[in-house]
Write a protein that binds this ligand. Structure first.
Ligand SMILES: Cc1cc2nc3c(=O)[nH]c(=O)nc-3n(C[C@H](O)[C@H](O)[C@H](O)COP(=O)(O)OP(=O)(O)OC[C@H]3O[C@@H](n4cnc5c(N)ncnc54)[C@H](O)[C@@H]3O)c2cc1C
Length: 395
């Protein structure tokens, strides 16, 4: 498949043809990405899943594709169109959520928090290296004793010293930490109530990490438990424009639709796997795709995909600068995803439990989406509070 191949960037589950909004240059770039993923990445995913090894080596070739900074897909200010960024995430997640996290945890999450939270000097010094994966990082917020209540419960402490800062604390579930040169650590300032963020070199004295084992979702991404004991960090490595949890939320705003694009990509991947299977698997002397109950599942999936993509495109092209609508996005994306991947799994029957048939990976990974970046329930509480003015977080 080449960039010029008109079949190259078809999305069979996208009946409303949202991908038609992409420019020719963007389609060409995404076509290259798909060809690369099909050829070099998809074939290694079953082994990566089974062995729970993280295929970090896929990141450098993805960086070489210049998906973020190729002149053909950026404007005068060096930014890509948001809709292209969305389809880039979708394309990665359509292959596997782990691929999207391995790439997007760097150029999406880490880069965005640095860009939105750093001073102009910090951004100028680091951004090119981040895009090229020469400076890698991950985002470390969650703690063992504080998941859903982290906004009010950050226990990791930052103490000011004459020469900089000293960090002490414990972070948990941190994706990509073991393959990152830097940890973006969120901590509370001792003796004050500021929430600060530090880009801490992973090799700093006082940092130790262990991979969380026996994980049944996103097995090809390592999540780490991280201990920080008297870790010294220079003031220049504190992100200058983050001083509160609201600043963290602000830095994340442009990233919020990402969860919807990941959900859409996973649903498209699961749908394609399911319909391919249903077209060839014969029972009662005919392809199972010809049975009404199977068609019902396929149609429900495509309807879910249409709803998810409509939400993704709308919120990407018309962003709402608040802290409530992202929560609504998250819970709709998680619900639609959970239903679609379960339907795909059902269609593939017993084979649906086998990793090479793809659907079980989407099924298991949907559970990670359901929980990370705030559980579906916590996001429901955020929307509920906004609607009623009454917080139901605590009794
Ligand atoms: C695969 C994966 C990757 C992750 N990657 C990262 C990462 O890179 N960086 C990072 O910082 N974090 C990461 N996380 C952490 C993630 O954000 C947390 O798991 C999440 O915020 C939930 O916290 P918890 O797991 O401690 O659950 P808890 O907060 O212990 O919640 C347990 C259950 O109780 C419910 N609950 C809690 N409070 C209430 C309430 N008031 N009312 C009703 N229900 C409630 C929750 O919804 C949930 O169902 C990751 C998690 C996973 C699973």
């Amino acid at each position: 498949m080449t960039a010029g191949d008109p079949r190259a960037l078809e999305y069979p589950g996208d009946l409303l043809r949202f991908a038609d909004d992409l420019t020719a240059a963007e389609r060409a770039k995404l076509t290259l990405l798909r060809a690369h993923l099909d050829r070099h990445v998809a074939p290694i995913l079953v082994d990566a899943w089974e062995s729970a090894q993280t295929p970090a080596h896929i990141r450098a070739p993805l960086a070489e594709l210049r998906l973020v900074d190729d002149p053909s897909v950026i404007d005068g200010s060096g930014r890509c169109r948001a809709i292209y960024e969305g389809f880039r995430t979708l394309e990665l997640a359509r292959t596997d959520l782990a691929v999207s996290i391995l790439y997007g945890g760097q150029v999406g999450m880490f880069r965005t928090v640095v860009r939105e939270g750093g001073s102009p000097e910090q951004v100028a010094a680091w951004d090119d290296d981040i895009v090229a994966f020469r400076m890698t990082g991950c985002f470390a917020l969650t703690e063992p004793d504080h998941g859903s209540d982290i906004a009010r419960g950050i226990a990791t402490a930052a103490r000011r010293t004459e020469s900089g800062w000293v960090l002490n604390g414990h972070k948990r579930w941190i994706g990509n930490a073991t393959i990152s040169d830097n940890l973006l650590v969120v901590a509370r300032e001792e003796g004050a109530d500021r929430v600060l963020a530090f880009v801490v070199p992973s090799a700093s004295a006082g940092i130790s990490m262990t991979v969380i084992e026996h994980k049944a979702a996103l097995r090809a991404v390592h999540n780490a438990d991280i201990r920080l004991v008297d870790v010294e960090v220079a003031e220049e490595r504190r992100l200058a424009r983050i001083e509160s949890f609201d600043d963290i939320n602000r830095a994340f705003r442009t990233l919020r639709p990402d969860i919807v694009w990941n959900s859409a990509g996973m649903q498209l991947g699961a749908y394609e796997a399911a319909i391919e299977y249903a077209s060839v698997r014969q029972q009662f002397g005919r392809p199972i795709a010809g049975f009404q109950l199977v068609q019902d599942k396929l149609v429900r999936m495509v309807a879910n995909i249409a709803q998810t993509l409509a939400l993704a495109v709308r919120t990407t092209t018309h962003p709402v600068a608040d802290d409530v609508s992202p929560s609504m996005l998250k819970l709709i994306a998680a619900d639609r995803l959970r239903e679609s991947v379960a339907l795909a799994r059902e269609i593939v029957g017993g084979n649906g439990l086998l990793l090479p048939h793809r659907v079980i990976r989407f099924f298991a990974d949907a559970e990670a989406v359901y929980t990370f970046e705030g559980t579906r329930e916590m996001n429901t509480l955020i929307v509920g509070r906004a609607l009623t003015g009454l917080s139901a977080f605590t009794r």
